[in-house]
Design a protein around this ligand. Sequence first.
Ligand SMILES: [Zn+2]
Length: 273
Amino acid sequence: MNIKKGQTYLLLGLIIIFLFLTFPKFGTQSVVASYDKNNPVNLQDVPILNYHKVDILNHALSVSPQEFEEQMEYLYKNGYHTITPDQLMAYLKSGKTLPDKPIMITFDDGYLDNYTNAYPIMKKYDFTATIFIITNLIGQDKRFMTWEQVKEMQQNGMVFGSHTANHKSLTSLTKEQVMNELNESRDEMIRKLGKRPKYFAYPTGTYNAEIEEMVRTAGYKAAFTIEYGQVGADSDVYLLQRIPIFKGQKTFRSFFIRLNGAPILEPLGLIKN
Ligand SMILES: [Zn+2]
């Protein structure tokens, strides 16, 4: 009897501690979202996955094609719908409806394997992705895609954004050099793809307020960081957070935890970049 009672109290205590730890953070978040004057609708959060390479190389930025397929299959079977950055912006700016369980898939740099390995898998599930390219490496370095491949993917619903011309950390450059990186990559994409890129991803993830402003001045409508988080009503569209998917001992497990655990674990500081 006493042992049972003790166990019950222990369990109750643990539940109270858990609620105490998690609830205030959730509470604050939803209050902020529902009282934002510019966004009267209580917007849901949208996860944005960030990949780099999809290949079998033992590279820190790689996810194997098998792992990538498993992850796409998981999203498909669990009712996720991939969205474009235009859909995301319409949702954030004017509350336009998104499909159920929206998710954005992004790739940085523009590696060849995005075309050879990831693209066929995404087509299989009728998924779309946004790829941020380093324009001076496209068609120049054999590890990267060619402009023809980029064009083909664009014609089939993939979205391309700028990841600068040379992939230098922008905080290490002069103001003039930053502006050149932003303008040069934009103009090259217009020349090669016949379309003005609307979206940007900070190379190496570095930025500051001045750079953020220059990205705006160069005509980009939103920019993506490599900071861990989901996008919601209170997101700054020039500092959109993503969920990095890198190689790990058990990539699918960490993919699953990052995708599903983000809102619970992240505010508690249990997940770091
Ligand atoms: Zn990059």
